[in-house]
Design a binder for this molecule. Structure first.
Ligand SMILES: NC(=O)c1ccc[n+]([C@@H]2O[C@H](COP(=O)([O-])OP(=O)(O)OC[C@H]3O[C@@H](n4cnc5c(N)ncnc54)[C@H](O)[C@@H]3O)[C@@H](O)[C@H]2O)c1
Length: 439
């Protein structure tokens, strides 16, 4: 119990990680955790495992590891389970994804091979480029949700879990907007489940099952999913933390690092052209215009909020922002992102910046998955529920109250995250205002 009367339950027992979608990202995440706990590698990229937080000020300031400052689940206590539309084990899927080399997969082959997906909830109308065989069949969507719950409860029993978290790592579903009468209220949503209404996407059925069982849910893809008011209502009703959406990894991560810098120095922008070549299954799914639209909306949203064109018309009015993704199989998971940024400075003189990011998508996403499941579990033990805005740091399109704008600036997001941890542990916040960080 902190002096603020916040009780954070201890992370006792095992934490089950439930993953719809055993593909490139999730198998890279699981493989990494298994290697790290064998002492064969380091959790590079993970704030929960390597990050520190400054406590106190001036000469008395200490930099404390985050995992010692807040009570987090240990990597040794994680158990993994998941669903996929293909029957491949996590080992086979990791080999197919081609992200990790043999030398990294061999030492953990047995553990990965033992993770066999449960049959998925799938509707091809939502992911047109894939056609899986390992799919649940039931008289209605309501029954499908019950089957997902049965998988979860069986897993809990088998692995003797004390807590669970679900994180969607499945393919990006087609673009959709909230439909009144279906997605708006929990009562309508449950009725629509019973009627197998086609406006309910598979990701929503998993989310419903998790939230109904009181299990925190994160959405790693840009799908509508948690933006449906009905699911938020369920999260509030059952007091469950939720967050999303769309992991902030390659190009968008760079955007939310660079753009706040230009803005801080009052440098103008004429245009930002971004293109990607990507050859993994995610790239193939995004080759379908309807799935791409979901991703495009997510990727386009970040700049306006950072640049605030209405507040700074001389600098940011009418800039052009274009995002493209091209499926190019030879690259596999090694995405290449190109950005051409047309900026202007003093007296309007134009300049250009070219960014060529040769990144590895799943290598960037895996530590984010780890931090999210660890922090969502903390949130639940601290009785924080509903939207977890402090986790915006990890998201391309942070889900937010419908009448508010999300914050995209990475550094503001990090400050919010760390100050939330300080608030939780009842120590003074650090806002870098005035001389507060000095004596
Ligand atoms: N890698 C990144 O940097 C990154 C960044 C942001 C978002 N994402 C999103 O994360 C998700 C996973 O990415 P990935 O590279 O692992 O893709 P992937 O194609 O390798 O894996 C997705 C897996 O989900 C499975 N799947 C599809 N529909 C399903 C369903 N209804 N139920 C269960 N399984 C289902 C697919 O068969 C596949 O195995 C994608 O939506 C992607 O857009 C990835």
């Amino acid at each position: 119990m902190t002096s603020k009367n916040i009780e954070i339950k201890k992370p006792e027992g095992k934490l089950g990680i439930l993953i719809p979608g055993l593909g490139a990202v999730s198998t890279t995440f699981i493989a990494g955790v298994l290697l790290i706990r064998k002492g064969l590698n380091q959790p590079i990229g993970s704030l929960t495992q390597l990050g520190k937080i400054m406590i106190g000020k001036g000469d008395n300031a200490k930099h404390v590891p985050i995992k010692e400052f807040v009570p987090l689940a240990s990597l040794n206590d994680l158990e993994f389970g998941g669903w996929d539309i293909f029957e491949d084990s996590a080992y086979e899927s990791a080999v197919n994804a081609g992200v990790l080399q043999k030398e990294h997969l061999e030492p953990i082959k047995n553990e990965l091979s033992a993770i066999k997906p449960w049959k998925a909830v799938f509707d091809r109308n939502y992911v047109k480029k894939l056609d899986g065989t390992w799919v649940k069949k039931a008289p209605s969507y309501w029954d499908l949700a019950q089957m997902v719950k049965e998988d979860i409860l069986k897993f809990k029993e088998e692995k003797k879990l004390s807590r669970m978290v679900m994180i969607w790592c499945g393919s990006t579903e087609i673009y959709q907007e909230s439909v009144p009468g279906v997605h708006d209220t929990l009562a309508n949503f449950e009725k629509a489940l019973k009627e197998s209404n086609k406006k309910i996407a598979p990701s929503m059925i998993y989310a419903y099952a998790a939230l109904d069982l009181g299990i925190p849910f994160a959405n790693g893809a840009p799908n509508l999913c948690l933006d449906a008011p009905a699911l938020r209502e369920l999260a509030e009703k059952n007091k469950v933390p939720i967050c999303g959406k769309d992991f902030k990894t390659g190009q968008t991560l760079m955007k939310t690092i660079l753009a706040p810098g230009f803005k801080a120095r009052m440098i103008g922008l004429d245009g930002w052209y971004s293109t990607n070549i990507l050859g993994n299954r995610d790239g193939e799914v995004l080759d379908d215009p309807e799935s791409f639209k979901t991703k495009e909306v997510s990727k386009l949203s970040v700049l306006d909020q950072i640049f605030q064109p209405d507040e700074y018309p001389a600098l940011y009015k009418d800039y052009t922002h274009v995002v493209r993704i091209n499926y190019y199989p030879p690259r596999g998971d090694n995405k290449e992102g190109w950005d051409n940024i047309d900026i202007f400075g003093w007296l309007g003189y134009p300049m250009q910046i070219k960014v060529n990011f040769l990144c590895r998508d799943s290598i960037l996403a895996a530590p984010i998955v780890l931090d999210l499941v660890i922090f969502l579990d903390l949130a639940q033990r601290a009785n924080m529920y509903g939207l977890q805005e402090w986790l915006s740091f990890y998201w391309k399109s942070p889900i937010h109250d419908y009448d508010k704008e999300p914050v995209h600036d990475l550094f503001v997001q990090l400050m919010k995250l760390k100050n939330t941890l300080r608030w939780l542990m009842d120590v003074p916040l650090v806002t870098y205002i005035g001389t507060e960080s000095y004596d």
